[in-house]
Design a binder for this molecule. Structure first.
Ligand code: ATP
Ligand code: SKM
Ligand code: MG
Length: 169
């Protein structure tokens, strides 16, 4: 089994949301490594960060990505920082990997004031900007295709991905 498509991108780019729309369109299941980590630990990502630290979360995330890539045949959304891990990047080689691009202002609007994203605590706008600046080159290097999400709703984003994947099967 291998995922039809793997979605990567920053927090608020819409990986989880667009992943669900795509899965429904293709009549397959959507899987999300953030959810897998939370389910395997029985605690939220915020609690894992606070109680065990980011490094521990990254190890759990790497294992979750490895398992999902091996087991899952539908749409797979990764956590925003999953591609920081070198082993994860290597595992993605040969897969259809789509980068959901989002600019600073749409990302900030979408993540809102939720406290469920520990890396955004503090000044959300400056945290989002720092993460976008640092990670955009990594997302670009890993992706086989990228799609702009600014000013577009999840259905429009999913449609563009669907067309691309169906044309490149
Ligand atoms: N294209 C879009 N237009 C407007 N709102 C969107 C779009 N995509 C997602 N959203 C909204 O933005 C919020 C964040 O989306 P989502 O949780 O799917 O992002 P994510 O990339 O999975 O983030 P994370 O890395 O934190 O898991 C949700 O409230 C979702 O409804
Ligand atoms: O961008 C990140 O590093 C993160 C994104 C989320 O999906 C979660 O995996 C977690 O909040 C960390
Ligand atoms: Mg998500």
């Amino acid at each position: 089994m291998r995922p039809t498509v793997v979605l990567i991108g920053p927090m608020g780019s819409g990986k989880t949301t667009v992943g669900r729309v795509l899965a429904q369109a293709w009549n397959v299941t959507a899987r999300d490594t953030d959810h897998d980590v939370e389910a395997s630990q029985g605690r939220s990502i915020s609690d894992i960060f606070v109680e065990s630290g980011e490094e521990h979360f990254r190890r759990l995330e790497r294992d979750a990505v490895r398992r999902a890539l091996a087991e899952h045949g539908g749409v797979l959304a990764l956590g925003g920082g999953a591609v920081l891990d070198e082993e994860t990047r290597a595992l993605l080689a040969g897969h259809q990997v789509v980068f959901l691009r989002v600019g600073l202002s749409d990302a900030v609007k979408r993540v809102g004031l939720a406290t469920s994203r520990p890396l955004l605590l503090g000044n959300i706008r400056s945290r989002v900007k720092a993460l976008l600046d640092e990670r955009t080159p990594i997302y670009e290097a890993v992706a086989t295709f990228s799609v702009d999400t600014d000013g577009r709703n999840p259905d429009e984003v999913a449609d563009e991905i669907r067309r691309h994947i169906e044309e490149n099967r």
